[in-house]
Design a binder for this molecule. Structure first.
Ligand code: ASP
Length: 593
């Protein structure tokens, strides 16, 4: 080793010790005579004081610039009282070198490493190797290691084996497009990168491993949106001979510990984690991953205004829609502009508008719609929402999905605006009771709400024939602060049932065999009842560190466009490679619009 100590590890106890350090110049101050170098390595920073008496060391220190790589041999000494730096963990010591060696010079970095000023993200990603040196950036990557290590140990101690599954496989549907890899040896054939190891892990259960896990790379070619990534890491696990409760309790224990150990001192809002039924989540929060750190729940007030003269309500209800209200305590005086901008937010979810009704003291109302509502209707709204003087109601009337989507956006916006979220809380919740299938009107077929392998409640089996939309799944999702961090299910483990579900999704027997033949066949060779889950490591980390940007928790992330600014990929390939693969590039597809 070119070093025998780390800068950040040195303490007063090391005074008098001769150490060999190596690292980067974090900061350098040349006082003409003395030169001070803050030497940084992966453990921290220590000050090196170079005296002109040591001519060779002084010459090297004089030449050195920010981010040069130095080897320093010297003696640790206590700083004099007037030079102690209380802001620095090693601020009560310094190193007086016997030698300073320049191990490598460095160009001036494209942005300063030694401060936290805002730098354009693309510039950071293009020079990620420099960016990773900045305060805070590397800490998150190290925390990620700790979290993953803990998960591995937790599961190993409980009899799980980590097993790698291949990444050049065949389509594994999880609701996204596949990334395809052309095969050179089999002309015109393609591998697909796994959207998840779902099929493989079921095969491992058939293969007799009763407890599997993997830190699995998954690839989903989705249109990029904020915090959606095309290449993600899942803690993927599967267990044989289990029911929902077994997976849920194991994973709850795991995440309770993860929250306690790595949540930066934040408290867990509730243990055991609350459980909420999907339909209930949609009705009360308009979303299947509700953020339970604050209230602002919705109440269905359709019955109170069914006969109303207010056409917006009556019309929506007559058309099979509904009216829901959200009570916002103490906000009757909300500024006009604030209300107007909420209307815009609601429109973002598809609503035509957002009605408001404020209850002033003494029975007075503040509302543009009050004059269309009868006294009884207003009284009923007030009772149903438990509104008090000083409260404001926001209401949306439309089809249920639009009411949900619009009010969920308004709820989120208000939580931010009114600062309703306690940043010191980690709020986990399970969402269960999802329907197995949803109708896709454009494609005129049923589709899995999650993936096609999800099991269903046995007694609902006849409904697969008569009313597929009513079949209850054995899916469970885990949310943290309003983000879905994990999802899984107890699976279908019999071929006939798996085929029945795939048939509802419009697969012909041929397509079924072609796409899922391996699984279907395996299910006939003694497949045990099984279930599992996968947790998105990137999202978990984001929540643990409280970062709004998923790229902060990935060492080498793709940019939000889905491309890689560091490596410059994707990129065109040469004709020779295309020829080898038997590929020809067509003109770019016409964008429909
Ligand atoms: N394969 C599922 C997913 O990627 C997780 C699971 O059901 O275990 O979401």
């Amino acid at each position: 080793m070119l070093k025998d100590a780390y800068a950040g590890d040195l303490t007063l106890d090391d005074s008098g010790r001769t150490v060999r350090l190596a690292g980067w110049v974090h900061r350098r101050r040349d006082h003409g005579g003395l030169i001070f170098i803050d030497l940084r390595d992966s453990h921290g920073i220590v000050q090196v004081v170079v005296d002109p008496d040591n001519a060779a060391a002084h010459e090297a220190a004089h030449r050195a610039r920010s981010e040069w790589v130095l080897g320093v041999e010297g003696v640790v000494r206590q700083r004099s009282a007037d030079t102690v730096n209380a802001d620095m963990p090693t601020g009560d010591i310094e190193v007086v070198p016997t030698s300073v060696e320049v191990l490598n010079e460095a160009l001036t970095p494209p942005f300063a490493v030694n401060d936290e000023s805002e730098v354009d993200e693309l510039v950071r990603l293009r020079h990620r190797y420099v960016d990773l040196r900045r305060p805070g950036v590397a800490e998150v990557i190290r925390l990620r290691h700790e979290v993953v290590l803990f998960m591995r140990q937790f599961l190993s101690e409980r009899g799980f084996h980590e097993i790698e599954t291949p990444t050049l496989i065949k389509s594994t549907p999880e609701g996204a497009r596949d990334f395809l890899v052309p095969s050179r040896l089999q002309h015109g054939h393609f591998f697909a990168l796994p959207q998840s190891p779902q099929i493989m892990k079921e095969l491992l259960m058939v293969g007799g491993f009763e407890r599997y896990f993997q830190m699995a790379r998954c690839y989903r070619d989705e249109d990029t949106r904020a915090n959606r990534i095309v290449e993600l890491t899942q803690l993927d696990l599967e267990m044989a001979f289990v029911e929902e409760e077994d997976v849920i309790s194991l994973v709850e224990e795991l995440f309770t510990e993860v929250g306690r150990r790595f949540g930066g001192g934040r408290r867990l809002a509730q243990t055991p984690f609350p459980r909420i039924d999907y339909a209930d989540a949609m009705a009360r929060y308009g979303i299947d991953r509700p953020d339970l750190r604050f209230g602002l729940e919705f109440v269905d007030v359709s019955d109170a205004v069914r006969e109303s003269e207010f056409q917006v309500f009556a019309g929506a209800l007559a058309g099979g829609g509904e009216v829901r209200a959200m009570r916002v305590p103490g906000q009757v005086e909300m500024a006009r502009r604030g209300i107007d901008s909420l209307v815009e937010v609601a429109r973002g979810g598809g609503a035509k508008g957002l009605a408001n009704l404020g209850f002033l003291a003494g029975g007075e109302l503040r509302s543009p719609i009050a004059r269309f509502l009868s006294e009884e209707e207003i009284a009923a709204l007030r009772t149903l929402t438990a509104a008090e003087d000083g409260d404001m109601l926001f209401l949306v009337a439309d089809r249920p999905e639009i009411v949900s989507a619009s009010m969920a956006l308004v709820r989120e916006e208000l939580a931010g605006r009114l600062e309703l979220i306690d940043p010191d809380v980690l709020s986990f919740a399970w969402v269960t009771g999802f329907p197995l299938l949803e109708w896709k009107p454009e494609e005129e077929r049923w589709d899995a709400t999650h993936n096609p392998f999800c099991g269903f409640v046995e007694e609902d089996s006849p409904l697969l024939e008569s009313d597929p939309g009513a079949v209850r799944s054995k899916q469970y999702d885990l949310t943290l602060n309003g983000t879905e961090i994990a999802g899984g299910s107890v699976r279908i483990h019999r071929r006939a049932e798996q085929e029945q579900v795939l048939r509802l999704m419009n697969y012909t027997d041929e397509e079924m065999q072609d796409r899922f033949g391996v699984l279907l066949d395996a299910l006939e060779y003694g497949a045990p009842p099984m279930g599992g889950i996968a947790a998105g490591i990137d999202r978990v980390l984001m929540e643990l560190v409280g970062s709004p940007n998923i790229r902060d928790v990935i060492a080498f992330p793709k940019a939000s466009s889905g491309s890689d600014p560091l490596m410059g990929s994707p990129q065109p390939v040469g004709q020779d490679q295309l020829d080898e693969l038997g590929l020809r590039i067509a003109p770019p597809p016409q964008v429909k619009g």
